[in-house]
Design a protein around this ligand. Sequence first.
Ligand code: PMP
Length: 312
Amino acid sequence: MAQGPSYAYFQGKIVPIAEAKVSVMTHALNYGTGAFGGVRAYWNDDEKELFIFRPLDHFQRVLNSGKLLMIDLPHTPETMLNILLELLRMENYRGVDVYIRPLIYKSSAVIGVRLHDLEADFTMFAQPFGSYIHNEEGSRVTFSAWRRLDDNMIPARGKITGAYANSAFIKTDAALSGFDEALVLNQNGHISEGSAENFFMVRDGVAITPPVTANILEGITRRTIMHLLSEEMGVPVEVRDIDRTEVFVADEAFFCGTGVQVVAITEVDHRPVGTGKLGPVVRQLRQLYFDLVRGKIAKYRAWNVPVYGPQL
Ligand code: PMP
């Protein structure tokens, strides 16, 4: 497997990864005043092509996070995509899937907690990446004792670096207790999402997912999955608050996200979800999703941006 990354986009140009370093005084390092993205590119072996999945949507969300943080950069989703294409061609990843990390951050080297009167910068790197959760067809999940941050604390709709301390508490407690992941309740006691993924459950043939007002990240995979369920699989999607105990009586449940992809939840707090095995909706959805992201579904090719072949 290819090693990497060898390069990063840093301070306005692509440099060897060893040169992409910030000062210990950097504001974002001290106060969590950055925002990131997580994008995947998938290798299609038939076409010998690497396809980035929905990069413009990801970059738009990074820039939206910047709006929350008063980070104003001279970039558009298109300029960020051009940098990414150049970066990936320099890395020349072939035969592997890739994870891409764009990061915007308050770069001033100063003491003082605030958002205003600070410089900001944009950096990005990409590395080979496989699965994020090992038990993709049957994960064991617990309800976290931690709560999801509220929009009036640190907005979950932005991928704000400091907010991921919340995800780290959640993930570590679940992992050290022997679970694959955790479900997180918001301040209202309803299901928000996982530590770094959105949540769906299936009841009586309907897929249900929490609304964006439930303190979730506005997931790009969530949007993709909602489309696949309703348009390709004929499964109606309902967006509404979900109670904790509804999961115990659901037929199927799953997490989705760029990192996690589509992961079946087959057990929650020692109770089987449905049959306790990978169910038919999640099985079909996983198949569709992996075909889609690898550029194998012709009608969705606008979502697959080729790295080496013909450009946009
Ligand atoms: N929720 C959280 C908290 C996340 O960190 C992620 C991963 N980016 C997601 C949901 C899934 O979002 P997306 O599908 O856009 O990757």
